[in-house]
Design a protein around this ligand. Sequence first.
Ligand SMILES: [Zn+2]
Ligand SMILES: [Zn+2]
Length: 135
Amino acid sequence: MSDKHRGSCLCGAISFEIEGDFERFYLCHCSHCRKDTGSAHAANLFSSTATLKWLAGEDHAKVFNLPNTRHRHCFCSTCGSALPALQMNGTLLKVPAGSLDTEVHLRPEAHIFVASKAGWDERLEQVPKIAELPA
Ligand SMILES: [Zn+2]
Ligand SMILES: [Zn+2]
């Protein structure tokens, strides 16, 4: 039985469904992923067999291809949220884990491109964890 996942963007204009299994789950610290997420790393699921179906707002989705690289970023043109994108000539589906509204049962399997990680991206597991907004 294959999994079914649902996701959406922050403004709610776009929603999508993914049917199939994810094969890979990577936390990518490369400079391109750090720029396009604005964070320490991207958290992307990958599948070569799952299918993506836009349920609403497909016309709000924009794709940016970084010239001369394989980096491809799909996002909502209204709110900027990261969205799934087909890569490698449509053979590989990349799904930002944070775009999903359904539970992901896979664990990230590796931090990749750590040679490019941010200078402050060290020993983050030792940073205090606060349940909500700091007082
Ligand atoms: Zn949006
Ligand atoms: Zn990356």
